[in-house]
Design a protein around this ligand. Structure first.
Ligand SMILES: [Zn+2]
Length: 632
């Protein structure tokens, strides 16, 4: 998963923002079904879906689960709060139910004698606010992204892989759809899908819309690759030939990197709307990618989501095919353990950025600017002094939903971006150890390769990572990784970029990628100068702990109304910071803090500072080689 606004040198407060117990082993062999699942999404524009289930039952007590731990979201955030109108019937009679008082995603019921089939009906209330993840806003007047986990109940005691489902879907009249699910037949607006396991069903969302376009990215090739796009307007579907060519290259570059493909076909499911949640969620044979309506036709928007599709696509190998053993919840009910997210998400973030450059979605200068702003932020992030990188993964369940005020001190889900730097360090270390004969490419072929074809799952542990790295290049990999994961002192982010043959420098010329983000997010990042980030008309989003603005007494949530006697604007505060170089006077800010209005003096004299990378000729240029296209 990736939250687009999470990548947060300019944080996103305005985010209009292994263990398998004995029971799991015992239940693994049991099969259940078939469960008939009929979903009606004709009222999706009204923000309501209806589901009707039929499942075989036996007389006696029964426990039904609603999916709790959602794959790819790494949290127990199944949106059970949005289930409404639940009605259970069997043999023509209503069946009473009671929620478990401890296990809140479990419902208890009693099936009467003489009954062998249970009907389940409920509505799913779609969120309206455009924030959150897959349970966030997912439908507009013109499109809908359907996640099956929101629309099912299933009996306790079975792995999802062993529950057979017969799904069907009714879409609004005239809409088209895209999904990785195999279709058995379509009758008007009703689609019957082939029987699949509950695991495959929940891993295969359906994108539908009035303004819809499907583009074959690999005509005549096997396996097929398609991008299915639903938008809030016809005009937004006009992907440029350049972007289409970069996406074709993305598929080719991933093939060159991993050497095999673990899917029957692959669908990028791209939602273009300003009124849905913006993020990406990986699946084995598809990805749920949601961005702004004009992201394909506006260059600023295109740059903003350039790395989203590569990240989610990499997950088909790193996350779905190879998955930490602790991140598997066979029934969505047993808790996941997030400690290896620095591999699941961190390596994906690294490989996603690499493929963004190799496919041409970013040029090398844009990739370096993106890396520079991340290294600058993490090199200076105060929270690294108390919370080790490992704990950002261990505590991901909390950190995904933490606010962005004081995020630099609390730390967020840093295993994505600091994980990216850790894996850059791994890549350059392999290159150095092998005198440039091997690289992360060899690790990927070894670790993520194998036979192509059906979606498969191979679990791993920390030790498996170390063993695979040692097969590529013998080294003290366990110590290398643990030093970067457990320590609260080393400057590993900056070392990772220095080991790649480049140096981090600051000057007053703005960073291209940060500039683009400021336009999209209507904010300004001043972390590297006065130590704060500001949104809109002066709202302080975050203040660097221990920095100049912190020392002046300013905190998140305050509103800057004037700068050196002038009304606040982004340009006015940047001009004031520029002038500090030639003045010994502090910057005077008039700031409102709830009911109080007061003046704050920021004692800072370094001018505007923006991060960039420059070449270090004393070292080999690994970074340029890493970012260079590898596919024919
Ligand atoms: Zn991800």
């Amino acid at each position: 998963m990736i939250a687009i606004l999470r990548r947060s040198v300019l944080p996103a407060a305005w985010f209009a923002l292994s263990f398998l117990g004995a029971a799991a082993c015992a239940q693994a062999q049991s099969t259940f079904g078939p469960v008939s699942i009929q979903v009606d999404e004709t009222r999706a524009p009204q923000k309501i879906l209806h589901t009707h289930l039929e499942m075989p039952v036996q007389p006696g007590p029964l426990v039904l689960y609603y999916p709790e731990w959602i794959p790819g979201e790494h949290m127990p955030d199944g949106p059970i709060i949005n289930m409404a109108g639940l009605k259970l019937t069997a043999g023509g009679k209503t069946i009473a139910w009671r929620r478990d008082l401890i296990d809140m995603f479990a419902l208890h019921l009693d099936i009467p004698q003489g009954v062998n089939s249970l009907s389940v009906d409920f509505d799913f209330l779609l969120s309206a606010p455009a924030s959150g993840y897959s349970s966030g806003a997912s439908a507009t007047a013109f499109l809908s992204m359907l996640s099956w986990n929101q629309l099912v109940l299933y009996p306790k005691g079975y792995d999802a892989a062993n529950i057979t489902c017969n799904p069907s879907l009714k879409i609004p009249s005239g809409w088209k759809f895209g999904t990785a699910l195999p279709v058995s037949k379509q009758n008007g607006d009703t689609i019957d899908f082939s029987p699949v396991s509950l695991e495959t069903l929940i891993d295969s969302p359906v994108l539908a819309g009035r303004y819809f376009r499907a583009i074959d990215l690999t005509p005549g090739q096997n396996p097929p690759h398609e991008i299915d796009i639903a938008a809030d307007s016809q005009a937004s579907l006009a992907m440029t030939p350049e972007t289409e060519s970069h996406l074709r290259q993305l598929v080719a570059e991933a093939g060159a990197l991993f050497g095999s493909r673990h899917y029957r076909d692959y669908h990028f499911l791209l939602t273009l709307s300003d009124d849905v949640a913006h993020f990406g969620l990986e699946h084995h044979e598809s990805s749920d990618d949601r961005v702004r309506e004009r992201a394909l036709i506006d260059e600023t928007g295109r740059i903003d989501f350039a790395d989203l599709l590569p990240h989610e696509y990499v997950h088909s190998w790193n996350g779905k095919y190879r998955r930490p053993a602790g991140l598997i919840s066979p029934d969505y009910h047993q808790p996941m353990q997030d400690d290896l997210l620095w591999v699941y998400e961190g390596l994906t973030e690294y490989l996603g950025e690499v493929l963004t450059a190799r496919s041409g979605l970013f040029n090398q200068q844009q990739s370096r600017e993106d890396l520079a702003r991340l290294v600058a932020y993490y090199d200076a992030e105060p929270g690294r002094s108390w919370r080790p990188l490992q704990d950002t993964a261990d505590a991901a369940v909390f950190l995904y939903n933490s606010d962005n005020d004081w995020i630099n001190w609390r730390r967020g889900v840093d295993f994505y971006e600091e994980g990216e730097m850790l894996w850059l360090d791994v890549d350059t270390t392999i290159r150095r150890l092998t005198k440039d004969q091997k690289s992360i490419n060899d690790f990927c072929r070894l670790f993520h390769g194998g036979a192509s074809g059906q979606p498969d799952l191979k679990t791993y542990t920390f030790d498996d990572i170390v063993v695979a790295l040692n097969r590529v290049a013998p080294y003290e990999w366990s110590g290398f990784l643990r030093a970067r994961l457990d320590s609260t002192s080393p400057n590993t982010p900056i070392e990772s970029v220095e080991n790649s043959g480049w140096k981090l420098v600051y000057n007053d010329k703005s960073n291209e990628i940060e500039d683009n983000r400021e336009v999209i997010r209507k904010g300004v990042s001043l972390y590297s100068s006065i130590g704060m980030a500001i949104y809109g008309e002066g709202i302080v989003v975050d203040v660097m702990y221990g920095g100049p603005s912190y020392n002046a007494g300013i905190g998140p949530g305050m509103k800057i109304t004037a700068v050196n006697g002038k009304q606040y604007s982004a340009d006015v505060i940047k001009e004031a910071i520029t002038n500090t170089k030639s003045s010994s006077a502090p910057i005077q800010l008039i700031v409102s803090n709830g009911p109080q209005v007061a003046t704050y003096s920021v004692d800072y004299h370094g001018g505007l500072r923006y991060p960039h990378l420059i070449r270090d000729d004393s070292k080999p240029d690994y970074l340029s080689e890493i970012l260079r296209s590898q596919a024919p």
